[in-house]
Design a protein around this ligand. Sequence first.
Ligand code: ADP
Ligand code: MG
Length: 277
Amino acid sequence: TEQLPRPDTTRVLTISNQKGGVGKTTTTVNLAVALAMRGARVLVVDLDPQGNASTGLDIDHPNGTPSTYNVIVDKASIADTAQPVTTEGIPDGALLCVPATSDLAGAEVELAAVVVGREFRLKQAIDAFVAAHTGDDRFDYVFIDCPPSLGLLTVNALAAAGEVLIPIQCEYYALEGLGQLLETIELIHGYLNPSLHISTMLLTMFDARTKLAGQVVDEVREHFGDTVMRTIIPRSVKVSEAPSYRQSVMTYDPMSRGATSYLAAAREFAERGPRNH
Ligand code: ADP
Ligand code: MG
């Protein structure tokens, strides 16, 4: 199969948008699988207590499973919490996932009692993981799937990442609320993480039958220029069915429009790089 270009150093991305249901988890899962199928080594960190990314990658995550809760609250390592994703077409060990359990919902309250360094729990764990995987062992991408809020979990994700990937649903209120995310990113950039930047925006759930969807695409491109990927993900029933089979659409229906679009997005994403010039 086609091999995509690999970055020189590990790219750590936070997938964020404080709106729910815009395609954060779907994008995380499908990009991760598409990239891992084509030569990349990828770690997915599920930072949403709902654990949808864990489910989509077929990782069991009942309470008690070593998880991102332990990373954030107990300073557990990625090595001790990550599980291999075993999917046809992905080489052994090329895709790992640190699952989320519903315990994670309590992590923000527990972190609130930590006075120093609570924003950096995830960063410490990811930095140690990246430092432990060099040379042939290097990981290409770390994707952090965020909850739909801007609390301490998302702050941990933004403090740990070099890049933000923002999925934008092609719907009327697409840009509403985005200002708050941009402000938060600006604050994190200023106070906690000077290397943080928005590298990628991906338009999702595009419905070609509506005039409105096209207008949203134009408006987002006008605001954000070539930060927005050329590839647009269409609304597709196959994409929404795949998680109920604990799969990505890449394996559930590889020839579907959803799968070919996410593959095109993965290719464009790998080729254009982190864009931090
Ligand atoms: P978020 O993580 O931002 O809350 P999800 O990725 O879970 O959003 O997506 C929300 C819902 O929309 C899910 O049920 C998902 O299966 C569905 N969905 C996501 N992308 C698409 C798409 N391109 N076409 C159809 N349904 C989609
Ligand atoms: Mg989600």
